[in-house]
Design a protein around this ligand. Sequence first.
Ligand code: NAP
Length: 278
Amino acid sequence: MVDFSPSNEIYFMQPTIAIIGGGNLGASLAEGLLEGNFVSPANLYVTRRNLQSLFPLQQRGVHITDQNLQAINNAQYIVLAVKPFQLKEVLEQLQPALQADKHVLISLVTGVWIHEIREIVGNQLSVFRAMPNTAIAIRESMTCICSTNATAEQIDFVSNLFNQLGKSVHIEEKLMDAATVLGACGTAFAMRYIRANIQGGIEIGFSAATASLIAAQTVKGAASLLLTKNTHPEQEIDKVTTPKGCTIAGLNEMEHQGFSSSLIKGVVTSYRKIQNDM
Ligand SMILES: NC(=O)c1ccc[n+]([C@@H]2O[C@H](COP(=O)([O-])OP(=O)(O)OC[C@H]3O[C@@H](n4cnc5c(N)ncnc54)[C@H](OP(=O)(O)O)[C@@H]3O)[C@@H](O)[C@H]2O)c1
């Protein structure tokens, strides 16, 4: 019987979540889910072998443990956030306790395919892969998700989970490498663009601190314009380029120097690297 009492209003239908591997990503995920009130601390388990860094989560009421089986016994959704080389051992440990009618796996582990996970845990379980980026720490991630065997309800739940932590999109698994490049490596690409602006800003007169603020907030504003208004970048560029003006002069010089071409080549080079190495 579902409890509709006011005290349970926020969480009344929330399944329990176990995060296996409370490192950088796993702990950020836990914090984001708590801040968004997506899950109550009592419904959240986080594991790792060395528990010390998880004490702040414990103080907020989250269950922390070094016993993965204990965590998943209490959970429906199991998030795997260990390093790729640690995943096989963790899955082999969990496998005997996994139940297809109870558990759903969500792997955040880069480069490990769903079929590789299913080779260990079997074909009955619903398995998701999700590729967030480091902005998950401030609930501004872009997360690409794919799944097999999942019900509409499970897909909704996992989408809602990652929408608490930024934005999410469902993709085909064959695009996961591309998602890693555009969404996760993309954070580094954007940082380089901002850094170059800071260097230019210092050369034209700003202190490093002021140039950093102007460059970062301007990029944030530009991205927000696209996300809010759903416009194409070139439409927004047209609004700031006046004939014979300084913006178009700077933009054209950047293009003469290969700006767009070098970014596209960088994206494609990262993609080739991930395809050849993983
Ligand atoms: N960081 C990102 O932005 C990002 C983005 C997308 C995907 N990913 C993927 O997310 C995964 C985690 O990345 P990360 O940066 O968070 O790595 P991390 O900080 O090293 O976290 C991994 C955690 O797993 C724990 N762990 C290892 N073995 C365990 C076991 N047997 N049982 C329970 N916990 C165990 C480790 O803690 P103990 O050593 O104390 O056990 C550690 O806290 C990686 O597979 C990465 O590819 C990361």
